[in-house]
Design a binder for this molecule. Sequence first.
Ligand code: UP5
Ligand code: MG
Length: 190
Amino acid sequence: VAVKNPTVVFVLGGPGSGKGTQCANIVEHFGYSHLSAGDLLRAEIKSGSENGTMIQNMIKEGKIVPSEVTIKLLQRAMQENGNDKFLIDGFPRNEENRAAFEEVTKIEPAFVLFFDCSEEEMERRLLSRNQGREDDNIETIRKRFKVFLESSLPVIEHYTTREKVRKIDAGKSVEEVFESVKAVFTPKEE
Ligand code: UP5
Ligand code: MG
């Protein structure tokens, strides 16, 4: 049964900034469920859905899949899950994604975790990931960086204005980054 007003944290950051890696740690320590928009889209390709080919082509070009497709997948995943707190990883990626999600779900994020990392470091990580992702080649990586700067950073600016962004220095080791993440999720003593 779907929970009515779930707590949602958007986990944003450039390609290879460590969103998926850190979400796994947060799930283990803080009881959230992890929904990666990219993973849901890749599963949709594999399932042989009628949108599969379109999604595959967009991912290969580093482009942003139409909001309605991604939002449907996220809504379905939240409904099927039943937890009352979610990490939404890699979404919203542009202002249109953000506005459409708000409009359709009426959900506002509790806060936004932003993994800040240099392109040089992100490129190094993506080129050595070796998990067979069709978008982990230098041409597509460059396109993903461009889309991140042009379309996704404005979403972070939107939430910065609303004091919802918790910025993490994501250029350090996995362990060091998680120390900073923990501080964000641990309630402060008065
Ligand atoms: N690694 C992680 N942390 C490290 C650290 N601190 N030090 C050293 N190495 C570290 O990490 C990437 C690699 O780096 C791994 O090998 C990891 O071990 C290592 P990961 O945790 O996977 O980083 P992440 O930020 O999750 O990188 P990812 O490649 O998943 O980010 P993207 O945002 O590019 O990918 P996503 O899957 O979200 O989207 C892919 C595509 O789907 C998009 O380009 C787009 O075409 C499409 N999409 C949409 O259209 N709409 C959406 O809403 C979502 C996606
Ligand atoms: Mg990821």
